[in-house]
Every structure is written in C-alpha cells, then in structure tokens.
Design a protein around this ligand. Structure first.
Ligand SMILES: [Zn+2]
Length: 68
C-alpha cells in the first residue's frame, strides 16, 4: 500500500500526464496509467496493455464522440 506522499505524487503525475496528453503527447509516453490510476511501470504487464487492440485509448477523451 503506497504511503500518502507517494499517492500525492502519483495523483500529481497523472494530472501532469493528462495535460501533456491533451497537448498532443502520445499515450505511450505517459509515466502513469489512467486505466489503473498507478505508475505505468507498475501495471505494464497487465493484459489491457499487452493486448494490441487495447493498446491505445487508455483514457476516455471528452471530445471523442460524446459531445451532445
Ligand atoms: Zn495500467
């Protein structure tokens, strides 16, 4: 179980990755995982990441076809 400081650092890193991805960064360059809300390295072996068809779109984008 991560301690509080680590959790805050992770939350900040996720926000940072979200902003960078919105700015055009490729999802593969994230250091955090939106799907698992953890460090990317900690879940790199998860099938959702190793399965090619699930490789992209780790995070739902508000602009992706959901606009009313
Ligand atoms: Zn993950």
């Amino acid at each position: 179980m991560p301690d509080k400081a680590t959790h805050r650092e992770l939350a900040a890193a996720i926000e940072r990755d979200n902003a960078r991805e919105d700015a055009g960064m490729h999802g593969d360059d994230r250091v955090t995982c939106w799907t698992h809300q953890t460090w990317a390295r900690d879940c790199a072996d998860d099938p959702i990441h190793t399965h090619p068809s699930a490789h992209h779109r780790l995070r739902p984008h508000p602009s992706d076809g959901t606009r009313a």
